[in-house]
Design a protein around this ligand. Sequence first.
Ligand code: MD3
Ligand code: FE
Length: 212
Amino acid sequence: MKSGRPSLPEREGNARELIEPGAVLLRGFAQREAATLMAEIAGIAIAAPFRNMVTPGGFPMSVAMTNCGHFGWITDRSGYRYSSADPDGRPWPAMPARFRGLAACAAAAAGFADFDPDSCLINRYIPGARMSLHQDKDEADFAAPIVSVSLGLPATFLWGGAKRSDRPRRVPLESGDIVVWGGPARLNFHGVEPVANGDVACRYNLTLRKAK
Ligand code: MD3
Ligand code: FE
């Protein structure tokens, strides 16, 4: 039986699309292992359940979140931050070796050597859930890229500029697509349009980061 990640040469056929300098779209990069990744997510969610966390302003997010790895991104009334414990005080589940390996492989394909994430935020979008324009700036070191893996329902990603007022481009993302964000694009505003109904229950996004 064939299993595991395809070797690099097999993947060389994947198109590498430059969204803009520092933002590389690898369509279908994780397609072969999408079901396996979703099974790993189900296991993580048993130990650390998905939660609709509250923003500092007091609104529950439409996106439900959990994390794995040494640190997890959380939000509550006191702010956004990375924490080594989940909101119940338990350590986050370990990051599966497959997540780390996939992220390093995708980062390398996009030109970032030796990416070693210590955090994986797992976002779950049921139909109607969305993420408004924001920047990712809670990480200690902006030199490291961010690797984002889309699974399940398709979505339209909003790719803005350095200012919130820059009009965003729409980038359609499907299950198995990976985007690597780094360098000059690392602090761009971005978001996700409301997810539409489809063949499966929800969309997941793995966001692998070096938090500390
Ligand atoms: C572009 N999640 O969790 S990941 C997030 O699909 C987040 O769930 C989205 O934005 C999602 O913060 C998109 C893609 C992403 C992540 C970080 C970025 C794009 C980025 C940082 C800079 C520029
Ligand atoms: Fe983000």
